[in-house]
Design a protein around this ligand. Structure first.
Ligand code: SF4
Length: 452
């Protein structure tokens, strides 16, 4: 999921719309924008699909105001449907507000049980609603105190945006698992899941929101509060490896630079005799460039990505994913024919995509296909909102390297080590790698099976 908000910016809804376009890679199942005008009146519009499919008939003209927020949504099967598209809006005698989130609260079920036993009725399956009810449980006190209390009850990897008629709060989990950054825009402010949204909006990057920090943006400017003194930098490694856009900087590290460095290290850890390095576009391309640099084997564009086709990893159902693979890539026959190829990709989740791409390369005449992955073997599920799949579906959850190689039909298979995955990261000293190592940075609860 991707979240974005602006404060003190003319035509807020249009600026948000452009910013959200640069976060579209974080979710294509739905999106929404909400604003408050100067009188405190709330407006919103949301829908299912891509932003370009949702905002088609001048809806942005009916979202007035100089402050607003938006989100793009990836939905798993349980969270589909328009009712789960954020921002969510809440009426309350203590003041109206809207909420949107990226990420996952790992003790959501326990908090929901607690609240339901005390009479709360939930209307959606998203964790923003849990936060809203927790905030309102403490109604009557100062709002920042209520938000602080609510966030301290939540465990997980999340970035929340909360908008009241006069203020925006931007909150990042205390482990620093989810990205969130703040920029300056026309004398006002913008917060975003990724810094790549700032360029298209004309905003200037100021800094990352710190783990455990709540930023308040209002007429007094930008103020910072810490909701937890337990503050770690365990940024999600998969953001660098796969999820984020290459032009984003997260916690002081550019995503493209990270992937290239990972590719260089991969070439030293998993060398192979070959004629060409071919990256799986697009998230494998930067690592392939690094592998070529590190190995001295020429880089070639052996696979072409068709534009306008969604990403397969984050499409919710298996049948949609399988159709997606066929639609999205073509091998370049004149380049790969008769060649020994090193195929570099960012990660392997289920293995179905790799199997199909290797088959495509062989059908195009490749003599050998050696697969090199710029991350470690993915063996465990993610509990922080990245749909890396269930334990049973993961290619490597119960297979050796040799068995995985056989399943995808490669001539050889090699993965980057967890050490190099960590050391490719220039800003975050110790990123979360739980889906590779099984060492989760947060507590887990009964319903989260992390057994190997
Ligand atoms: S478990 Fe994996 S995907 Fe999930 S936050 Fe950690 S590194 Fe990211």
């Amino acid at each position: 999921m991707g979240v974005l908000a602006v404060y003190g910016v003319k035509n807020a809804s249009k600026r948000i719309y452009y910013g959200l376009h640069n976060l579209q890679h974080r979710g294509q199942e739905g999106g929404g924008i909400a604003t408050f005008d100067a009188t405190g009146k709330y407006y919103h519009y949301r829908g299912l699909g891509l932003l370009s499919e949702i905002f088609t008939n001048g809806e942005l003209d009916h979202l007035p105001g100089e402050m607003g927020m938006g989100s793009v949504k990836y939905a798993n099967d349980a969270q589909g449907g328009i009712e789960n598209v954020e921002p969510l809006f809440f009426h309350h005698r203590g003041g109206d507000f809207a909420v949107a989130a990226d990420g996952n609260v790992v003790n959501a079920r326990q908090i929901q049980d607690y609240l339901e036993k005390r009479g709360t009725i939930f209307q959606t399956g998203v964790h923003s609603e849990i936060l809203a009810h927790l905030i309102k449980k403490s109604a009557g006190e100062d709002r920042i105190v209520n938000i602080t209390k609510a966030l301290n009850m939540m465990e997980g990897g999340f970035a929340f945006i909360i908008m009241t008629p006069s203020r925006i709060y931007a909150c990042r989990d205390k482990h620093g698992i989810k990205p969130l950054c703040v920029g300056e825009l026309d004398g006002g402010y913008v917060v975003s899941s990724e810094s790549c949204a700032f360029d298209i909006m004309g905003a200037k990057f100021l800094r990352d929101v710190a783990p455990g920090e709540i930023l308040s943006l209002d007429a007094h400017g930008m103020r910072s509060t810490t909701y937890s003194h337990y503050s770690k930098h365990r940024m999600c490694a998969m953001e660098y490896i796969y999820f984020a856009r290459p032009d984003s900087d997260i916690d002081g590290c550019n995503v493209h630079a990270y992937r290239k460095e990972a590719g260089r290290r991969l070439a030293h850890e998993c060398p192979v005799d070959a004629d060409l390095v071919v990256g799986v576009p697009e998230s494998g391309s930067s690592a392939a460039m690094g592998y070529a640099e590190g190995s001295g084997i020429p880089y070639e564009m052996g696979l072409i990505k068709h534009k306008y086709v969604g990403r397969t990893f984050i499409e919710p159902t298996q049948s949609m994913r399988e159709l997606g693979v066929k639609l999205k890539l073509s091998p370049v026959q004149s380049i790969v024919k008769g060649k020994r190829i090193v195929m570099v990709d960012d990660s392997i989740v289920r293995g179905t995509t790799s199997l199909k791409i290797i088959k495509l390369l062989r059908e195009a005449g490749a003599k050998e296909v050696h697969v090199r992955i710029a991350s470690p073997m993915m063996r465990f599920p993610c509990h922080y909102g990245v749909d890396t799949s269930t334990l049973e579906e993961l290619l490597c959850s119960h297979r050796t390297l040799e068995e995985a190689c056989k399943v995808i039909g490669a001539d050889s298979l090699g993965y980057l080590s967890p050490e190099s995955t960590r050391d490719s990261c220039f800003g975050c000293a110790d990123p979360c790698q739980a889906c590779f190592t099984g060492e989760y940075p947060t507590l887990l609860y009964d319903d989260q099976n992390c057994e190997d």
